[in-house]
Design a protein around this ligand. Structure first.
Ligand code: KG4
Ligand code: ZN
Length: 340
C-alpha cells in the first residue's frame, strides 16, 4: 500500500524515462536526495544509420531497462518494497519508446500496489534545477533547449505553466547536430560544437539570427540552410572549420539568450533557468551567465549530466506531484507530441 500522506515528503520515487534514445532510471528520496541516477545512451546503436531509428530504440530500451532497474536498486541499497511510488515520462517523444517505459512503470506500480505518476518530459527538464539548487522563486522563465524542443516556459507555480515561445521549425539542438554532421562529426554534435566554439573565435564569419527581433518564438532551419550554402560556396576550398562553427554557434547563442531575456522581462520573472542537452554547453552557460548578470536576473543551470536526459529530473517533479496527491490512473496514456 502507498504510505500515508504525512510521510509523502520523505517517500522514495522510482522514475523511468525512455522518451527518446536514452534509457534512464532514478531513485529519489523526498525532493532532492538522489539515491541512484542511471542513463544508458544508445548513441552507438544508431551510429551506422546516422540518426535514431525508432523501432530499434524501442527494442534497445526493452533490453536495457531491467538490468538498469536492478543496478539502480543496488546503488540505492533498497529492495522493491522500498519504492513508495512510480513516475514515468509519458510524453513527448518516440511513442514506441515511451510505451516501453510506461509498460514497465505500470507493471512495477501495479505489482507493488504503489501510486503511478505520468510526467511531461519537457515540464521535467527545469526540475533538474530544483533538484540541485533547491526551491526557486516563482514566477520563473525556463529555457528548455533540447534535441527535439526549444521552448520558453513561463512557470507561475508548480503544475502551473504556459509555453510562451517555441521553435516553429528545427529545435536549436537539432540544428547544432545537423551542422556538426555537415562538418563530419557524429551524432550528437553538441559537445564538439561547444568545444570548437570555446577554442576558436568566429573570425571573419557571420551567420543570420533568424527571428531575433521578432517575438518569443524561434526558427533555426534558416540558420542550418545558411551553413549549407556557406559550405557549398566554398566547396573544394580549405575552410577554417573552427571559426566557422564558432560563428554559427554565436548566432545560436545570440538567439537563445536574447529571446530568453526578452521573455524574462516581458513576464517580470524572478529568475531564469536553462536546461536540456544544449544547456550542457560551457560556452552557452558562460554567455547566459554574462547576459543574465548584466540584466540583473538570477540564473540557474544544472550540472551537465542533469542538462541532458535523465530520470532524476523526472523524479524531482514527481516528488512535488506526489506530495500534492496528484497521481494518475492505470489508464494513463503515452503521447508523441506536446498538447497544442
Ligand atoms: O535534452 P537532450 O539530452 O535530449 C532531448 O530531450 O532531446 O538534448 C540533446 C541535445 C543534442 O542536440 C546534443 O547535441 C545536445 O543536446 N548536447 C550538447 C551537449 N551535450 C548534449 N550541446 C552542447 N554542448 C554539450 N555539452
Ligand atoms: Zn530531453
Amino acid at each position: 500500500m502507498s504510505r500515508s500522506p504525512g510521510s509523502a515528503a520523505g517517500a522514495v520515487c522510482l522514475a523511468i524515462d525512455t522518451t527518446f534514445d536514452d534509457t534512464s532510471v532514478a531513485l529519489l528520496r523526498g525532493r532532492r536526495e538522489v539515491l541512484a541516477n542511471l542513463t544508458l545512451a544508445q548513441i552507438a546503436e544508431h551510429a551506422e544509420f546516422g540518426g535514431i531509428v525508432p523501432e530499434r530504440a524501442s527494442r534497445k530500451h526493452l533490453e536495457a531497462i531491467y538490468p538498469l532497474l536492478d543496478r539502480a536498486l543496488a546503488d540505492a541499497r533498497i529492495g522493491w518494497e522500498g519504492v513508495d511510488y512510480v513516475a514515468v515520462s509519458n510524453l513527448p517523444g518516440l511513442l514506441g519508446s515511451i510505451l516501453v517505459g510506461m509498460t514497465v512503470a505500470k507493471t512495477v506500480a501495479w505489482t507493488l500496489r504503489r501510486p503511478l505518476i505520468g510526467i511531461n518530459h519537457i515540464e521535467a527538464h527545469p526540475y533538474a534545477n530544483f533538484l540541485v539548487h533547491g526551491e526557486l522563486p516563482f514566477p520563473l522563465m525556463h529555457l528548455v533547449a533540447a534535441g527535439g524542443h526549444t521552448l520558453l516556459i513561463h512557470q507561475r507555480d508548480h503544475f502551473d505553466w504556459t509555453i510562451v515561445g517555441r521553435s516553429v521549425d528545427d529545435a536549436a539542438g537539432e540544428c547544432v547536430d545537423k551542422v556538426a554532421k555537415m562538418f563530419g562529426h557524429p551524432f550528437p554534435g553538441g559537445p564538439v560544437v561547444d568545444r570548437m566554439a570555446l577554442e576558436h573565435a568566429p573570425g571573419p564569419y557571420d551567420f543570420p539570427r533568424p527571428m531575433l527581433h521578432d517575438g518569443l518564438d524561434f526558427s533555426f532551419s534558416g540558420l542550418k540552410t545558411a551553413m549549407l550554402y556557406f559550405l557549398r560556396e566554398r566547396e573544394g576550398q580549405p575552410i577554417e572549420a573552427g571559426p566557422a562553427v564558432s560563428a554559427f554557434f554565436e548566432a545560436v547563442m545570440d538567439v537563445l539568450v536574447t529571446k530568453t531575456l526578452r521573455a524574462a522581462r516581458r513576464y517580470g520573472v524572478k529568475a531564469i533557468t536553462v536546461s536540456g542537452g544544449l544547456a550542457a554547453s560551457r560556452k552557452l552557460q558562460g554567455r547566459f551567465g554574462e547576459k543574465a548578470q548584466e540584466a540583473g536576473i538570477p540564473l540557474y543551470v544544472p550540472p551537465p549530466p542533469l542538462c541532458t536526459d535523465n530520470a532524476a529530473m523526472v523524479a524531482c517533479l514527481a516528488a512535488y506531484r506526489h506530495e500534492a496527491g496528484r497521481h494518475d490512473g492505470w489508464d494513463l496514456e503515452g503521447f508523441a507530441n506536446l498538447p497544442a
